[in-house]
Design a binder for this molecule. Sequence first.
Ligand code: ADP
Length: 626
Amino acid sequence: MPPAGMRPGGPGGRFMTEEEMAAAPKITPALLKRVFSYLKPYWKQLVLVLGCIALSSVAGLLPSIFTGKIVDEGLIGRNMRLLIIYIAASFGVTVLASLIGVFESYINNWIAQHITFDMRNMMYAHLQKMSQRFFTSNNQGDIITRMTSDIDGVESVITGTFRSILSNSITLVFALVAMFQRNWVLAVLGVIIIPLFAIPTRRAGKTRWTLTNEAQQCNDEVNGILNETLSVSGQLLVKLFNKEEEEYERYRSVNSRMIGLNIRERMAGRWFFMVLSTVTNIGPMLLYLVGGILIMRYDSSLTVGDITVLVALLGKTYMPVNSLLNIQVDWMRAMAMFSRIFDYYDMDIEIKEPEHPVTPKELTGAVEFRNVAFSYDGEKQILKDISFKLESGHSMAIVGPSGSGKSTIINLIPRLYDVCAGSVEFDGVDVRKMSLETLRKCVGVVSQETYLFNGTIRDNLKYANPAATESEMIEACKKANIYDFIENQELGLDTMVGNRGLKLSGGEKQRISIARVLLKDPKLLIFDEATSALDSISESRIQEAIDPIIKERTSILIAHRLSTILAADMIYVLKDGEIVESGQHKDLVRAKGVYAELYETQFKQSGIPEGGLSEYGMMPLPSDEY
Ligand code: ADP
């Protein structure tokens, strides 16, 4: 096996893939300044780390220097005392270097952890401020990767790449200085030998990397063929079309290409080691030879010990040179990672807090849309010139075909998105002028897709109001028509809802979310009715819960069922982002427009509530008029 740092391939490979090269950031002074700005608060610890690295690098080189004394003064000088002293000193500094190393690694990890802690918190706080648009248009996996792997990567850059650059540079400089101090001729020779060793190492590494990549592609191809042809349906196709021979040939040819690549890759490894071991052995031999010539022919003051020291020091330069030659890739990767993180930091916060927030005189939940236009992408117009007014204490239903923009209207009220034209007013104040906290406190939404956190029912209810008392929670659950269900659970409010509420039925989840919104006690309640089929018992239980609630507060209902529509004071019919009709149920049915059509195709089946229409203060119409 090649030594760890020299192995090509894999994500931690020493070479960059074409993709990585294409995505490599431009390393500008501004980028570097920004990266180092994260280190700045920890400069004292960094100085300590630097000091430790320098000390341990020097201490790591001292045993090599002591070998000179061991040879000259101890062995050749036949001095037992000095021999033991130098051996003990060598041992001592080795232990000292290791101890300093441990301390340095502690400080280094401490800094890295603190920096990632800062970055992670900053990123999380920033992401919380990002608009809904950001979350809908970005892949959730990418966002999580940015939060986890990329920021974790920063830690390894600090404890790995940065540290490696520092310690290898310091070791190299000290080793070279010590070599030149002993004898410049041999030192120059050593410096000449270093590239002889380093260049083949790099070349061999690159060859192996290319071959490994090719073999990997070949392997993917083999797997592709196996997957295609050895599956049940694949085999059926092969058999029915008599393709056995052809498929066998295809498989054989890729397979034979693969063995060729594998052999070449293994052999590239062998050549590499041959070159490596030859050069590493040639280096000391050359030093002994030239050193011998200097001593014997030129009567140099050089001692045997000096040559031993130079040989030992030369050996100490191989690793740092190799690491530094390869560090460029790590460095580029690190910078690419920082740039990716900064890209996120730099993303504009779309929904901005107003500088001087205005709070309405009285918060009642009244909403007015004035000529609102909206588009998600700036191209496709989703809402066009929407105007309506919802008085405090009243309720309105929005109906319309799927995709007509009903949920979009709702999104504009708590400023999940901002209008493109026109304005949305909450109690007479443009929502963009209100503080987001006040606005969102006043708006409660029961959405179609009920989201419950993994935890108990109590945890989920308390999310809306952490200060809610037991009796308030029970009261809300009773109003939401879910209390009898909770009572029947062994653990009551402490029943776990499972991941995203998966342990509950759709209707139960929705009623818990109604209880949750009631605990929030919003001025405006928005209820986005589920379109997905709930059984009729669940539906009627939700309806029973919703009816009294909307009677007592300002509410907007996105309705799909007749009973919900009839519960509202006013109906707005939306089609292709425009309000095409508005009014009361019977007038809209009579108008024989979009509503009448929706009524015929959808609402009629959803049934008339018990007690008929008169319950809503309407006279039932003769059935043929619906
Ligand atoms: P409805 O609630 O009436 O079914 P929506 O308001 O959800 O309709 O959607 C209206 C239109 O806006 C649809 O064409 C939908 O594809 C589009 N749309 C909804 N949400 C987004 C989004 N986050 N980004 C881009 N387009 C969206």
